[in-house]
Design a protein around this ligand. Structure first.
Ligand code: PHE
Length: 347
């Protein structure tokens, strides 16, 4: 009996319990009514009287060992369970530092501030939109590729694959807000539309399916391309410093004619050419142009009497250029090591 007890002590000590199933196997094998320990207790009757004292003690120790191990492992497993379900081990530890503004909010507020100083108001609109406000009224042809499933998150398609003005979708740009403003207000209109936009793109360092824009619109009598250029130069100088240089390249948007894209000089290589500006010395910042008369008319504005300019930029992009952030995903990960770098910004 003594040898058997010693064997069992070793066995119990070596028994590996890593899940509730193994814990139950342990209990059945050693602690249940028909388990090894009970079997030995039954055999205790046949132990010669002179050995009873010593063997009894060993048996009791064995039972205690098995029970202690069972209880300890049970507790450990239940703790592991609560840790994995309710405790986020990546959470910053106490004491928590003071919060900071997110860089996207900082730049958005700064852009709003810059344009409000030259008379722009702020307009907002829905993120869930219809095709009409996102595409049709903005002069997108029915077969324009931007309407495609590849670019747009559709919520409800009204008719097969054909685009339908009543299709429900997530806005791909905040130009939809400009449409809503023009529908409801007669010129002069001078407003910017900050907001979240959605495009069906694979997430990478350079693209994200959710990002933020600020689009601007100015409609009045005699608005010219020179007015647009002057407003954009003022904006770039306020955001990036008075030494910034801008250039406008011809481009195309369905809702503006003529259209352009605006670059600023690369502040990393100071125009000499580096891998960020791909050797050109320039970085693309925004799209712009004169509002297409078709758009004004679609919104009920007399395109003979009034003209206007519009522009739109990505806030992430502006923040990337301003702060030298090289991966878009950083804006969405909420890693405080990234966010704390902006703690001294006040806006
Ligand atoms: N809406 C365009 C975009 O999302 C940007 C833009 C706005 C271009 C206004 C020209 C004029 O890419």
């Amino acid at each position: 009996m003594k040898e058997r007890i010693e064997e069992l002590v070793k066995e119990i000590e070596a028994f590996n319990i890593s899940c509730p199933d193994e814990l139950e196997q342990f209990r059945l094998k050693y602690l249940s009514k028909k388990g090894e320990v009970s079997v030995l207790f039954e055999g205790f009757r046949n132990v010669p009287p002179e050995a009873k004292r010593e063997t009894g003690q060993l048996l009791n120790n064995l039972k205690q060992l098995a029970t202690d191990k069972y209880n300890a492992e049970k507790e450990r497993l239940s703790m592991a369970e609560t840790v994995s379900t309710t405790t986020d081990l990546t959470m910053p530890a106490y004491p928590f530092g003071e919060g900071t503004r997110h860089p996207i909010s900082i730049i958005r507020n700064e852009i709003i501030d810059i344009f409000s100083r030259i008379g722009f108001t702020v307009s907002e609109g829905p993120e869930i939109e219809d095709d009409n406000h996102v595409f049709s009224m903005l002069n997108f042809a029915a077969d324009h590729p931007a309407r495609d499933m590849q670019d747009t998150f559709f919520i409800e398609k009204k008719s097969g694959t054909e685009s339908d003005p009543h299709d429900v979708l997530l806005r791909t740009h905040t130009s939809s807000v400009q449409v809503r403003v023009m529908e409801n207000t007669q010129p002069p209109i001078r407003t910017i539309c900050p907001g979240r936009v959605f495009r069906n793109e694979a997430v990478s360092a350079r693209a994200h399916c959710i990002f933020h824009q600020v689009e601007g619109l100015y409609v009045a009598e005699n608005v010219s391309f020179a007015d647009l250029k002057q407003a954009l130069l003022y904006f770039a100088a306020e955001l990036f410093g008075k030494d910034v240089k801008i250039r406008l390249r011809p481009s195309f948007f369905p809702f503006t004619e003529p259209s352009a894209e605006m670059d600023i000089n690369c502040n990393i290589c100071e125009g000499k050419g580096c891998n960020v500006c791909k050797g050109t010395g320039w970085l693309e910042l925004l799209g712009c142009g004169m509002v297409d008369p078709n758009v004004l008319e679609a919104c009920g504005i007399d395109s003979v009497k009034y003209s206007g300019y519009a522009f739109g930029l990505g806030i992430e992009r502006a923040a990337m250029l301003k702060y030298g952030v090289n991966d878009l995903r950083l804006y969405f990960e909420n890693d405080i090591r990234f966010l704390y770098q902006f703690r001294t910004e006040i806006l």
